[in-house]
Design a protein around this ligand. Structure first.
Ligand code: C2E
Ligand code: CA
Ligand code: CA
Ligand code: CA
Length: 279
């Protein structure tokens, strides 16, 4: 038993060190990632459920590390948050996504709304509203096409402060969406206190729609209740025809997921959209 305990400890300690080393490598790399142009965006289509037309794109951050290769955002965004680089990276993402939206329109593509993720730390950084305002002005994007995605937890700690911030962002003309809806502890009636336009149903409920009656019930309830509160609904992570059929029947407004398209480069995105328009 003693021997086993020791092995366990050693393994634990090694893993902890490996985690610390990895974190250090990521943090060091992140400090130069923007200037070295290692960070870029992919775009995933958001599709109108009734007719399958691409009406929006979510901008998703990618990092190509010189040695590690592609580091997924779930790994580097938390590191960027901890070391404070998220403010700079977040501002870059916002500007780049808006620039791309404008570029697509100049190329003759239809006006698409662009979803942009805000991290908790970014949301709590003073000057966010000013930063968004200046990026809107510099890029010249129609603010109504910009949709900022926030999570429930960002609104929970200081509801009054968050509500004020959301109102200030809304006054810039942008739209606001709640990301990963259903995974936090808030209810839709709670969200009623915030100037929200849309709700994005978390992928965890969509994944099991066809096999788990509870997931189906929750997804259905989120759609019905959102609509009764005047909120539009996007379903995330739709991968199958069956999931799509369920969501269409329930009147879900938009769909995002591998079924219609994975996140892709801006060039691939516009090529796909063109092909679709020509068809
Ligand atoms: P998210 O905002 O919930 O983004 C959706 C994630 O689900 C994306 O993962 C997307 O590729 C994935 N996804 C979409 N459809 C499907 C599907 O049908 N099946 C499956 N299995 N997955 C699907 P990704 O790009 O790896 O991003 C992960 C998370 O990293 C995002 O979750 C978001 O929280 C964060 N993130 C990404 N880019 C940014 C960014 O620019 N800023 C901030 N703050 N966070 C970001
Ligand atoms: Ca998102
Ligand atoms: Ca999400
Ligand atoms: Ca997420």
């Amino acid at each position: 038993a003693k021997e086993k305990g020791r092995n366990t400890w050693q393994r634990f300690s090694l893993e902890t060190n490996a985690g610390a080393v990895e974190r250090l490598v990521l943090e060091t790399g992140l400090r130069h990632a923007l200037e070295r142009q290692e960070i870029f965006l992919h775009f995933q289509p958001q599709v109108r459920t009734v007719d399958g037309v691409w009406v929006g794109a979510e901008a998703l951050c990618r990092w190509r590390h010189p040695y590690l290769g592609q580091v997924p955002p779930v790994k580097f965004i938390p590191v960027a948050e901890e070391c404070g680089l998220i403010t700079e990276i977040g501002a870059w993402v916002l500007a780049e996504a808006c620039r791309q939206g404008v570029a697509w329109q100049r190329q003759g593509l239809p006006a698409l709304h662009i979803g942009i993720n805000l991290s908790a730390r970014q949301f709590a950084t003073p000057g966010l509203v000013e930063s968004v305002e200046s990026i809107l002005r510099q890029t010249g994007i129609d603010p109504r096409l910009v949709e900022l995605e926030l999570t429930e937890s960002m609104l929970m700690d200081d509801a009054a402060g968050a509500a004020e911030l959301l109102h200030r962002l809304r006054r810039l003309g942008v739209r606001l969406a709640i990301d990963d809806f259903g995974t936090g502890y808030s209810s839709l009636s709670y969200l009623k206190h915030f100037p929200i336009d849309r709700v994005k149903i978390d992928r965890s409920f969509i994944k099991d729609l066809e096999t788990d009656p509870d997931s189906a019930a929750i997804a259905g309830a989120i759609i019905a209740m959102s609509h009764s509160l005047g909120l539009a609904v996007v379903a995330e992570g739709v991968e199958t025809e069956g999931q799509l059929a369920f969501l269409r029947e329930r009147g879900c407004d938009e769909i995002q997921g591998y079924y219609f398209g994975k996140p892709m480069s801006a060039e691939d995105f516009s090529a796909c959209l063109r092909r679709q328009m020509a068809a």
